[in-house]
Design a protein around this ligand. Structure first.
Ligand SMILES: *[C@@H]1O[C@H](CO)[C@@H](O)[C@H](O)[C@H]1NC(C)=O
Ligand SMILES: *[C@@H]1O[C@H](CO)[C@@H](O)[C@H](O)[C@H]1NC(C)=O
Length: 339
């Protein structure tokens, strides 16, 4: 049965589906597809005091007492101004640099997993200074993680979205004691948007594609399978109802009020979900209940420009290194990551 859409063009629910990892943090939201993103989207410049990203500096002010964090490889070669850590997150706990001449003085070296060559030839040199910690930085799903051999016992610290990483970086919702007044729900002009970053079935996304194809039979979608920024955070920030496919509902509810999203597991099949969405489209009161949580909780916009993807992680590594001087023996990252 196909359902015609004209009167459905009034809701924008975002289908955010992903299977990456056990934890609810790898949700990538595409902002390039403006047609499906309701107004208002806070722009980078509205949200953050601007820094001039066309004029990056690659080292922060050296200060003797601050530990040095050496960024060994720029992730995806996305360059940005290290002063952003201070400007955006008020993080200033380390001397962040990409100057390899400082290797022998660096308290920590941050290595981006995806950039490591299969023969390990682009890792920092040995022997490493005895006080130096190596940080393994990785933000893909385990299914999408190349198991480069020889890396098992090199890294003292892990930096990732996982809550059990040494340096765990997640987007969090914030509580407000006083009720929020300033959020205006954007106009609904779409029923559904589909956000997906990765279509390659070998990386473990086959299940969501199957579901999507099933759902598509019942609802005519606005389809956007483009590039990505991060998390469940995005749809919540802009004022939509995420429909999620991924780990169980309980896992999402650890970070997000259960009444803020729709989980596909709440329905026996795609047809039932489609029916519910269509019904919700007609029931404004029920739809509005998905936004009750906003009275006392705020979703904070994250950085959405392409080269900003890794800033938050690297800044938090900086903060961590500034605070933690303790010895850390290397652990088997794969044993942890794939467990
Ligand atoms: C940013 O830096 C570039 C290069 O130094 C400069 O040409 C440009 O005017 C700067 N833009 C702003 C807004 O300061
Ligand atoms: C980091 O791990 C290596 C390998 O276990 C160890 O030799 C080194 O002492 C550790 N470094 C620090 C600073 O904890």
């Amino acid at each position: 049965m196909m359902i015609s859409t004209p009167k459905l063009q009034q809701i924008c629910l975002i289908v955010t589906c992903w299977l990456g990892g056990l934890f609810s943090c790898l949700l990538f939201i595409q902002y390039a597809s403006q047609s499906c993103t309701p107004e208002p989207i806070p722009s980078y410049h509205q949200v953050y005091k601007s820094v001039n990203i066309s004029n990056p500096i690659t080292t922060t002010q050296a200060q003797e007492e601050k530990p040095i964090l050496l960024l060994w490889i720029w992730p995806e070669n996305y360059r940005w101004d290290f002063r952003d850590c201070k400007t955006i997150y008020n993080i200033d706990g380390c001397h962040l640099t990409d100057d390899r001449n400082l290797y022998n003085q660096a308290d920590a070296v941050l290595v981006f997993h995806k950039a490591i060559k299969w023969d390990l030839s682009n890792l920092p040199p040995s022997p490493r200074p005895p006080f130096q910690k190596w940080i393994w930085f990785h933000v893909e799903s385990p299914t999408n993680t190349p198991r480069i051999p020889g890396m098992e016992k090199l890294f003292n610290l892990t930096l990732s979205y996982r809550r059990d990483a040494d340096i765990s970086v997640r987007y969090r919702l914030n509580l407000n004691k006083k009720p929020n007044k300033d959020f205006v729900l954007p106009k609904k002009d779409k029923l559904l948007c589909w956000f997906v970053s990765n279509m390659n079935p070998s990386t473990g996304v086959g299940v969501r594609m199957k579901y999507y194809n099933e759902l598509k039979k019942y609802i005519t979608n606005s389809v956007h399978r483009d590039y990505i920024t991060e998390k469940l955070n995005g749809p919540l920030v802009v004022g939509t109802v995420p429909v999620v496919l991924g780990p169980p509902r309980e896992n999402y509810e650890e970070f997000t009020p259960g009444s803020a999203f729709i989980h596909i597991d709440d329905f026996p099949n795609a047809e039932a979900l489609a029916k519910y969405l269509l019904q919700l489209d007609q029931d404004n009161e029920a739809y509005m209940r998905y936004f009750d949580w906003r009275k006392h909780i705020t979703a904070t916009p994250h950085l959405i420009v392409w080269n900003q993807e890794f800033i938050i992680y690297i800044c938090h590594a900086c903060e961590y290194i500034g605070r933690h001087k303790e010895y850390r023996a290397a652990k088997d990252i794969y044993k942890w990551w794939f467990s």
